[in-house]
Structure formats: C-alpha cells, structure tokens
Design a protein around this ligand. Structure first.
Ligand code: FNR
Length: 194
C-alpha cells in the first residue's frame, strides 16, 4: 500500500508562503507515489492551550487532529520563522497533540499521535535564510514528541519571489532540495513501517 504522508504549513495566512510551499510539496509527494493528506490548520478550531480549558474537556477539533496525525506515518511540515523560531501556532498545535484526552482510554498515551513519525522539515521566508533558524528550534520539539526527523531539510529563502503565477517553484535547485527531503521521508517511513 502507498505510504500516507501528511503535509501541512505552520501558517493560516491566506497568502502564506509556507502554505504555497506545502501545496507544491504535496503535489511532489503525490508524484513520488505516496498518498497525501494536505492539512490546513486553519480549518480546525484549536484554542490557545490552557489547562483549565482542557479540564472541561479536550476540544473536539484537537481529538480530530490527533486522529489525523496518528493515521499518517510520515509528515512534512512547512514552518514560518517568527523571531528566529517557529510560530506559536505550531507550538500550540503540538502542545495539544501531546496531551492525553481525559476519560478517553484510546488517547491515554499523550504521545500516541506523534511517536515514531518520520518528519521532514521545510521552511519558507521572504528573508535570505528562508526561516532556517526556525528549524533549529522545531527539530528538538519534534524529537521530544518522539518523532524521527530526516537528516535533510530545506529552507526556501526569498520565498516571495520563488513561485510562478500558478504557485509552482521557479527554481530547479529549490525543487530538487524539496524532492531530496521527500525522498528521505519516504525512505525512512517505509523502513520504519515495513
Ligand atoms: C516574522 N518574519 C520573520 N522572517 C524571518 O526570516 N525571520 C524572523 O525572525 C522573522 N520574524 C517574524 C516575526 C513575526 C512576529 C512575524 C509576523 C514575521 C517574517 C515572516 O517570515 C513572513 O511574515 C512570512 O511570510 C510568514 O510566513 P507565511 O505566513 O508567509 O507562511
């Protein structure tokens, strides 16, 4: 069966560069023979984490997200860089994902939806470094969630000029680098889930 890959961006902005990169990446993953779910975090109603709120019951969309992340052995995340790190949206999403669901034995293990996942990290930024500094914080977060992060990653710099009118990546070098990450994600996910 085809490997199931979850592709998502750490931005909900309409004109988000990382959402564009996620769209291109999802197409390339599909062309590589895998089954792709392109997740839009903006479609889910996930409040800022608060333990009192959680005590009243885990928000239904958090439980939905747990199912989606759990069902995909491989993920590719396209993260923006905010102040040399990743955005609060990304942290908040993973903080909720890492929590057990009270009263739900199916989700008593907090790391059930993240443990053992193979994750490729991409970033995009209008700046020259492409959000590279977000990655050096995101990788330890993913490791703490017990993910396997691929050795190769890619930061798309000058991302405002990187896409054509159809939203495709203009440069062969950028496409090759994204494909390199995809190849490693599929390689590792197939071996870990063989
Ligand atoms: C930014 N931006 C930014 N860019 C960068 O390369 N390094 C940085 O440290 C920051 N810091 C930062 C902080 C905050 C609060 C904002 C709102 C933005 C710019 C950022 O890369 C740019 O807005 C991207 O377009 C955001 O990603 P999306 O939404 O286009 O995917």
């Amino acid at each position: 069966p085809a490997m199931k890959v979850l592709v998502f961006a750490g931005s909900t902005r309409q004109q988000s560069l990382n959402r564009q990169l996620a769209r291109v990446t999802a197409d390339m993953v599909r062309a590589s023979g895998a089954e792709v779910t392109h997740l839009e975090l903006g479609d889910y109603d996930v409040p800022l984490y608060n333990g009192d709120l959680e005590a009243q019951g885990t928000p239904p969309d958090v439980v939905r997200l747990k199912h989606i992340f759990f069902e995909h052995p491989a993920w590719i995340i396209c993260t923006p860089e905010y102040n040399a790190s990743y955005p609060a949206l990304v942290k908040n999403t993973f903080d909720w994902l890492s929590r057990p669901v009270a009263g739900n034995p199916e989700w008593s293990d907090g790391y059930k939806s993240t443990r053992g996942k193979v994750v490729g990290v991409l970033s995009a930024s209008p700046g020259a470094l492409g959000g590279l500094r977000s990655q050096s914080h995101l990788v330890p977060l993913l490791l703490n969630l017990q993910c396997w992060v691929t050795p190769q990653s890619y930061a798309l710099g000058r991302a405002g000029e990187a896409f054509d009118a159809e939203g495709l990546l203009l440069s062969d070098r950028a496409r090759g680098a994204v494909q390199g990450v995809i190849d490693q994600v599929l390689f590792a996910a197939q071996r870990l889930n063989g």
